[in-house]
Design a protein around this ligand. Structure first.
Ligand code: KIV
Length: 319
């Protein structure tokens, strides 16, 4: 196959505007690595559908994660555990259609990589092949090293996830900050170094003391992305629904809400219900029209007859 007519991997011109062409560079793991080295913060956000993924991408976010948090914020489960491979693939495809600039990572759901590394690689390949993911994310420490190595050998970049790992909710006994003792902090740092050595492209650090995340970040060559891990990580990620107040739950300490989509949507929906009930929606300008002649002809008594006749003939033909 010829590679001469491939679109440049370095640039997408979907943001091109007539006259002044703005070319948005496509983000790769190399870009993120360079950002770490230059001390420039990496931005990351979750997305689960076409519309929100477009907004995230058009805002210039570096990394879009189709997180398994969709189990909670989109599907209404009380943990991330029930979401399936098929559901994750479905949402990843929708996000893929929207994301042109960011690097797109798909979260591997609980159970899809826990039985064996071979099954993990096979499931990860589905995200790349069937849904267009550029990398997958897996939760867990040193126990994931074999999987990370196998994925790397299979040319599938891996993002790891350490600290408060929601798929381990039952082992952790709830969503609790991890790495608070010296031993626990040392274990997290050791796990991070082992995952990097196994081939991880990046590590998400969730729910751990700022000091621990800071030390891990300084010890690694690959970037870290924090969520509830303080400001010293190489970048930050939040769940989209938390950012815009659509989670229907008390925000965690680390969440900063940048908008109130719940209020915006509620207001719009209530306005719509009000207008329909009042018969003020739709109005005449929101309706289609025929010409005055057709209107007059329709009003004539013979028109009523001919309409009745033609609808009767239509029904006979259908039978
Ligand atoms: O599923 C998710 O949204 C995540 C992020 C919180 C990192 O794993």
């Amino acid at each position: 196959m010829s590679i001469t007519n491939f679109r440049s991997a370095d640039a997408v011109s979907d943001k091109a505007t007539a006259g002044a062409q703005t070319v948005t560079p496509k983000v790769t793991f190399q870009t993120l690595q360079e950002k770490k080295q230059a001390g420039r913060p990496i931005t990351a956000l979750t997305a689960y559908d076409y519309a929100t993924a477009r907004l995230v991408d058009e805002a210039g976010v570096d990394l879009t994660l189709v997180g398994d948090s969709l189990a909670m914020v989109v599907m209404g489960y009380d943990s991330t555990l029930p979401v399936t491979m098929e559901e994750m693939l479905h949402h990843t495809r929708a996000v893929r259609r929207a994301v042109k600039h960011a690097i797109m990572v798909a979260d591997m759901p609980f159970g899809s990589y826990h039985v064996s590394a071979s099954e993990g690689v096979a499931n990860a390949a589905r995200f790349v092949k069937e849904a267009g993911a550029e990398a997958v994310k897996v939760e867990g420490g040193a126990a994931r090293c074999e999987l990370v190595q196998r994925l790397t050998e299979a040319e599938i970049p891996v993002v790891c996830h350490l600290g408060l790992t929601p798929q381990a909710i039952h082992r952790m006994g709830g969503y609790k900050v991890q790495g608070k003792t010296l031993a626990a902090a040392e274990e997290l740092a050791r796990d991070a170094r082992m995952l990097e050595a196994a081939g991880a492209s990046m590590i998400v650090l969730e729910g751990m003391p700022r000091e621990v995340a800071s030390i891990i970040t300084s010890q690694l060559h690959i970037p870290t992305i924090g969520i509830g891990a303080g400001p010293d990580c190489d970048g930050q990620i939040l769940v989209f629904h938390d950012l815009v107040n659509l989670s229907f739950s008390r925000p965690a300490k680390f969440v900063r809400q940048y908008g109130d989509a719940a209020a915006l949507f509620r207001n719009a929906i209530e306005g719509y219900v009000h207008d329909v009930e009042e018969r003020s929606f739709p109005d005449d300008a929101e309706s289609y029209h025929v010409s005055r002649e057709v209107t007059d002809a329709l009003k004539a008594p013979e028109a009523g007859e001919s309409l009745r006749a033609s609808s009767k003939a239509h029904l006979v033909r259908k039978a």
